[in-house]
Design a protein around this ligand. Sequence first.
Ligand code: UDP
Ligand code: MG
Length: 316
Amino acid sequence: MDISVVIPLYNEEESLPELYAWIQRVMEANGFSYEVIFVNDGSTDRSWNVIEELSSKHEQVKGIKFRRNYGKSPALFCGFKKAEGDVVITMDADLQDSPDEIPELYRMITVEGYDLVSGYKKKRYDPLSKTIPTKLFNATARAVSGIKNLHDFNCGLKAYRKEVVKSIEVYGEMHRYIPYLAKTAGFCKIGEKVVHHQARKYGTTKFGLNRFVNGYLDLISLWFLSKFGIKPMHIFGLLGSVMFIFGFIAVVIIGVHKLYAMYCGLPYILITDSPYFYLALTTMILGTQLFLAGFLGEMIARNAPERNNYNIEKEL
Ligand code: UDP
Ligand code: MG
């Protein structure tokens, strides 16, 4: 099979028939063999009935129904697991992404050899309150992930080589950083294509402004995990040692200072009356704590099932 289209959706009943008809038109015009996997993320409207109807009419339509709303990332995860096509394309269900982009995305993966191609909504039809924070968000994501050529990390329209979706694990709200996950898994040929974007026709957006707060926190977590996920001691041990040594030296200096003053008959105060002593003490305690966090982290990492999960490309 050439293409699997994975579509996560939450209360998008009005869009689905139109979306499927459009995908079908594009696929047939280009002679692709394909499947469309609708992942119903616990919709409370008639979305699932619509999917069932479509599926009874078209053998290409497959569906997954969550019992409750888990979020876009879990929906993508399950869709990826089920996908069988050589190229996997994700798109939003709200008709904001255009299926007309599919042939070119497919070509970029199969002919130009990209592992992942992300859509870039250069001209967006979203409110300003969303587009401006999005620019900031993408700049940070570019800097942290080191994927310099992506302008739009969180575009719903993306195309992947099959191996990519089978090697990455999207969870929580990590769908915003799939290119980063792919890069961490060793898929480095990541490209971008400017895509058409439309205003939402039916329904309302499912993400509020908290997407930016959560987005930043997730980015920090991803950065931490990709750098120190299996060697936490390398960060906590370093920070802990530096702080402890710093505090220890400070205490020694305070002590020596007092002994020297006593020896020379100069005026002196009790060590416990000096504010520096408490600062030094706190630093030593914090240093020890960080070191302990490193040990605990190592014990957790040692038990992580993915600690020896390497992405082997070829073997002879
Ligand atoms: N979505 C989902 N589960 C959720 C929230 C959203 O499957 O909990 C789907 C939604 O139905 C849509 C896509 O994710 O197909 C993108 O959502 P939306 O259009 O609301 O996001 P925006 O375009 O505002 O970024
Ligand atoms: Mg949308």
